[in-house]
Design a protein around this ligand. Structure first.
Ligand SMILES: Nc1ncnc2c1ncn2[C@@H]1O[C@H](COP(=O)(O)OP(=O)(O)OP(=O)(O)O)[C@@H](O)[C@H]1O
Ligand SMILES: [Mg+2]
Length: 277
């Protein structure tokens, strides 16, 4: 079997240096106070170096700053100090075709209800101005990747929560991103659907080799999915543990009952507790 390092070429490096984010406390009229006023420190001095093609879980208590961190990496928000940089690296031999630097998957699927599944999955390519044939072919391929080959003509209201999330994943994959950012994507799903999607995401990562940054509250989900888990403290978010997981590349349901898995889960639990969660 290929090792993770051998198939890492599809991803990009992400480097965070001294990242700090402070939100202003708005007054009753919704105005931001002047310079020097105290604010809510969401993130305080985070350094992280994420290798191309890595699968990293970001774990932390509610409200600690996980989404803020992901938004900074995505360029949807700006750090007050330090930098979050997504470094593009050319894949050896050229991966062929244009590839988006990153895609973002939210907790809610955020599908457009008046568009079919195929049209939802094709949306990023439509916004990028790709020709109709090309975006339809790419959306069909992305739907196959998430196990929805036959659902292209259906509408979001006709889908289960798990299927909607699959469409959301397909919409993210359609641009063949080199960095996939996921913010608690499966948190609202039932346990069985969630573990199925965990398996599918892990398989997609193994196949496509993009860098994955996966935010979750769930220690077991982090241990099951990731190669490396970064544990954040309660707000302001700081790194309290950064752990390379000693688990096999191949993850199956049986792993969840093995002592090695229990050891990793315990270590992450202890790190969360030591951080004050
Ligand atoms: N745009 C904003 N303006 C003001 N405060 C904000 C803003 N975005 C986030 N915050 C604050 O920053 C802190 C971190 O929020 P964030 O959403 O990053 O946490 P989180 O770890 O993702 O939480 P959860 O696990 O509940 O999703 C919170 O105190 C939140 O209220
Ligand atoms: Mg969040």
């Amino acid at each position: 079997m290929q090792t993770n390092r051998a198939r890492a070429s599809g991803g990009v490096r992400v480097r965070l240096t001294g990242v700090r984010r402070v939100f202003p406390v708005l007054d009753d009229a919704g105005r931001a106070p002047g310079d020097g006023a105290p604010g809510v420190i969401a993130i305080d001095g985070i350094d992280l170096d994420i290798a191309p093609g890595a699968f990293v879980a970001l774990l932390g208590p509610s409200g600690c700053g996980k989404s803020t961190l992901l938004r900074l990496v995505a360029g949807l928000d700006r750090a007050d100090a330090g930098a979050a940089v997504v470094e593009a690296e050319e894949a050896p031999g050229g991966a062929g075709g244009a590839r988006a630097p990153l895609a973002y998957v939210f907790q809610d699927a955020h599908l457009l209800p008046w568009r079919s599944v195929l049209e939802n999955a094709a949306l990023p390519l439509e916004l990028a101005g790709a020709p109709l044939d090309e975006r339809r072919a790419a959306a069909r391929a992305a739907l196959v990747q998430v196990g929805l080959a036959d659902a292209g003509a259906r509408y979001p209201a006709e889908l289960s929560g798990g299927m909607r999330m699959r469409v959301s994943l397909a919409r993210a994959l359609v641009t063949r991103p080199r960095l996939l950012l996921l913010d608690e994507p499966f948190a609202a799903l039932d346990e069985l659907t969630r573990s199925r999607l965990d398996d599918e995401l892990r398989a997609l990562w193994a196949e496509l080799g993009m860098t994955v940054l996966f935010v979750t509250h769930s220690i077991t989900e982090a241990a099951y999915l990731a190669e490396r888990a970064v544990v954040l403290s309660p707000r302001p978010a700081r790194v309290v543990a950064d752990r390379t997981l000693s688990l096999p590349d191949r993850r199956t349901a049986a792993l969840r009952t093995e002592p090695a898995f229990a050891r990793e889960v315990r270590a992450l639990q202890e790190a969360l507790e030591s951080g004050g969660a």
